[in-house]
Design a protein around this ligand. Structure first.
Ligand code: AMP
Ligand code: GLY
Length: 428
């Protein structure tokens, strides 16, 4: 039996690694993959990114199921292409992926289906946007409408920052088409959590809760990134908060998408703010698993992942159950110099352990890694590696993850030293 995982990041490495535990699998192709996926026994990299060519490959090689990792191929309609050819694929259609690919679509959808979210206005005219922030004051949040790889959101603490963000996006076109329309919204104060579910169009299976660390620096300082580390479970998601999220956000979203005529099949990631007054507000929807949230979440999955995915594409998630390792998992991202700006790449990575040498309670997931001409592993992106470890609690998992990092290095390597701190500091 063959599977295909699309993407090249730490999330896709984790998805493929988790699937590789399934018995009876012959091969998991990762397209295009990274140096880490190419080094694992059951995985094989496939140097294809074009959706039509991927569909040809899946067809010719009798791939049983394709799983899409990142948002870009989903927004480009890869699911529609596969489905039109009768190929099994897990992910939302192009129309359903608008929940992530257009902030304006997502905001209007949330208003229509009464899903709690921050108050907002949409702008294409810079002068009107400038006038709006003058009236609203700061802090305020300026967001590009389209996909901007985690760089389209500016949480402005000063009017100067807010005006500069508007000019970057609307006047100077720094994010291209993605920033030709912007959403300006109310700043929300609270604790942010990632709530990811699998959906089959009608039924939902929630995955374990998690929390990401979006800012580049310790103590949540500096610019936003794609995520510098994550852990699971997130104690902020208490059983009552969990129930509230399902009731107020997830169930209305899945029902609403079906009512809109675009039933949602795929991972659905709600980025949520648990506000100080106990209310929950939806910051964003993503049409995929989080990266790096997927790494600690999948590290804890005890159920056969393929079975869950097959239930999801067959519309049988109501019959599926996921069992989680009761231990906590922490993933720490090792990033390149200058990330999240223009990261430096091509640096040799020293002290890389062989694949699977961390044992069952930890794993080194690769992201921006590639082989150079001499066959050595070098950095090839902003986020390079994600060391993920299990422990009896977040503190123990954190300790183990940081121990494993000690041998690994590359010039300019940066990482946060405090991944998991909110869970550790939390008073129970
Ligand atoms: P988004 O892509 O919309 O999730 O935004 C990226 C990050 O910006 C979020 O994960 C938050 O950390 C922050 N953010 C976005 N919207 C808000 C908001 N309304 N209030 C406070 N922080 C926000
Ligand atoms: N870690 C945040 C994201 O995947 O969007």
């Amino acid at each position: 039996m063959k599977l295909l995982v699309i993407g090249s990041g730490g999330r896709e490495h984790a998805i493929a690694w988790c699937l590789a535990r399934t018995r009876g699998l012959q091969k998991i192709y990762v397209a295009p993959g990274n140096a880490g996926t190419s080094a694992e026994h059951e995985l094989e990299n496939l140097p294809i990114t074009d959706p039509q060519e991927l569909a040809d490959f899946a067809d010719e090689n009798k791939v049983r199921l394709t799983i899409v990792g990142p948002e870009a191929p989903l927004a480009a309609g890869i699911v529609d292409i596969f489905r039109a050819r009768g190929l099994k694929i897990f992910g939302p259609t192009k129309a359903a992926a608008q929940l992530e690919s257009s902030k304006e679509f997502a905001k209007r959808f949330m208003v229509k289906y009464r899903i709690p979210t921050a108050a907002f206005e949409t702008f294409t005219d810079a002068a009107a946007a400038h006038a709006y922030v003058e009236k609203q004051g700061v802090p305020i949040v300026v967001k590009a409408d389209g996909l901007a790889a985690g760089k389209g959101v500016v949480v402005a603490q000063t009017l100067k920052e807010a005006h500069a963000a508007i000019d970057d996006m609307l006047a100077d076109n720094k994010l291209g088409d993605a920033g030709a329309r912007i959403v300006i919204e109310e700043f929300l104060d609270g604790e942010e959590v990632s709530f990811i579910v699998m959906a089959d169009g009608a039924n939902v299976l929630p995955l374990a809760s998690s929390q990401d660390h979006k800012r580049v620096g310790d103590g949540d300082t500096g610019p936003n990134t794609g995520g510098m580390g994550a852990y699971s479970p997130a104690p902020a998601v208490t059983p009552s908060i969990h129930a509230k999220i399902m009731r107020e956000v997830i169930n209305p979203a899945i029902k609403g998408m079906a009512q809109e005529g675009m039933p949602y099949v795929g991972f659905l990631y709600a980025g949520l703010m648990i506000c100080k007054d106990g209310s929950i507000k939806t910051l964003e929807f993503n049409c995929r698993m989080g990266d790096p949230e997927a790494q600690p979440i999948l590290m804890r999955l005890k159920t056969d992942f393929l079975k869950l995915l097959e239930c999801a594409v067959e519309g049988k998630l109501d019959k599926a159950e996921a069992e989680w390792n009761l231990n906590a998992a922490v993933g720490v991202v090792l990033a390149s110099a200058k990330y999240p700006g223009e990261p430096r790449t091509g640096n040799l990575i020293k002290g890389l352990p062989p694949a699977n040498s961390f044992g069952d309670d930890a794993h080194l997931f690769h992201a921006g890694t590639a082989f150079n001409k001499a066959g050595k592993v070098v950095t090839s992106g902003g986020r390079v590696l994600c060391v993920t470890a299990l422990g009896v609690n977040v503190r123990a998992a954190q300790k183990r993850a940081y121990e494993l990092i000690e041998t690994i290095s590359f010039p300019g390597m940066q990482y946060r030293r405090d991944i998991g701190y909110r869970a550790i500091n939390r008073k129970t």
